[in-house]
Design a protein around this ligand. Sequence first.
Ligand SMILES: C[S@@+](CC[C@H](N)C(=O)[O-])C[C@H]1O[C@@H](n2cnc3c(N)ncnc32)[C@H](O)[C@@H]1O
Length: 386
Amino acid sequence: MNIQEFIEELISTIQNSELIKATFSNIRNKELELEKSFANLILIKGSTSLQIEYRYKRIIKHKNILITDKLELEKTLTELFNLAKDINIQTKKQNINIKISKKFKLAINRKNADNKLTITGQNKKKSYLLDENKPHAFLIELGIQSKDGKIKKERYSKFRQINKYLEFIDHAVKKLDPKKTIKILDFASGKSYLTFAAYHYLALEKNIKVNIIGIDLKKEVIDSCNEIAKNLNYSGLEFIYGDVADFSTTDEIDMLISLHACDTASDIAILKALKWKVKVFLAVPCCQKEINKQLKEKHIPFMLKHGIIKEKYASLLTDSIRADVLNSYGYKTDIIEFISEDNTPKNMLIRAYKESDFIDKAKLLEKKSYLANIGIEMMLLKQVTK
Ligand SMILES: C[S@@+](CC[C@H](N)C(=O)[O-])C[C@H]1O[C@@H](n2cnc3c(N)ncnc32)[C@H](O)[C@@H]1O
């Protein structure tokens, strides 16, 4: 059997909804920095798609292809088969291991399997960490579920966002010591849907001892969140009114989260995270104005003459530097999709897990001079290179 014949077989497995998971590893072209790729079926708005996750060294990307789009499936799978030397495919009926030689010859090993198919997706309750048919006191209190435990139709995208967020929390918490009380700070917590969700999930569903503090500039919102936490009997959750820049602590902080904090508030969160050597840092920055204001059209005129492109370019540059700063401080750092753009355009999550205390000053200075060359100064880089 050659590659093309096998791909034909795989496409019919996909179109019959029999694929569970495909893993593509041992990538030939090292320059791509692609470490692995996974494919599985997901449901998006009632239609089944093949979701491919590309795990690069520093970034994770996703691509969804409708299973009815045979041409695109063929093109994408051919690319993957030309890249990976080892492929594992789990279907409802078989486990298939494939080795692909230098000359692109296939060695296929098939075993019968007793795999049960689960299609995950945005419309399937199975894929959510929170059971959508069970009443959760915090969701009722926050007006996302009705008293009888039904998710309100107009709050469904919030429910989805909460669940997606909990997947990141679930991943992150595995980096921490489960025997200790986990201390989490949520900078710019706002109405705190996600803060309540994190508390509920960790304390009530996972039985982890946790202490979470949300901090925000809006006094009335903080008061109302404290009231809700009290009503829910969430003894390890509190909210403090104030500017995150002024917040100080002598406690050991395990996780610092900052979601949709405006402009340089994300940089302040990073600076505190570095100072406190937090083990996990999660941020979804928004309105990155600092670089945008200084960016001159002349640097890339054909791009930056368009306001919308300039804004996006400034955000990408800002967030890439933020991730790089964390990386220079010994964090394993990824920039990944937080939640689909259908929910919010502010959808890039900077995720950083502490791995060492080594600080790469040269790398920080290199970024600073790169920006200086295009006439830009960034508060974060200024602070970390003092
Ligand atoms: C868009 S809301 C995000 C709320 C929440 N984190 C979320 O993602 O749902 C932004 C919040 O950031 C807060 N904020 C902005 N700058 C801040 C600062 N320097 N200190 C504390 N809160 C800040 C605002 O008051 C607002 O509530």
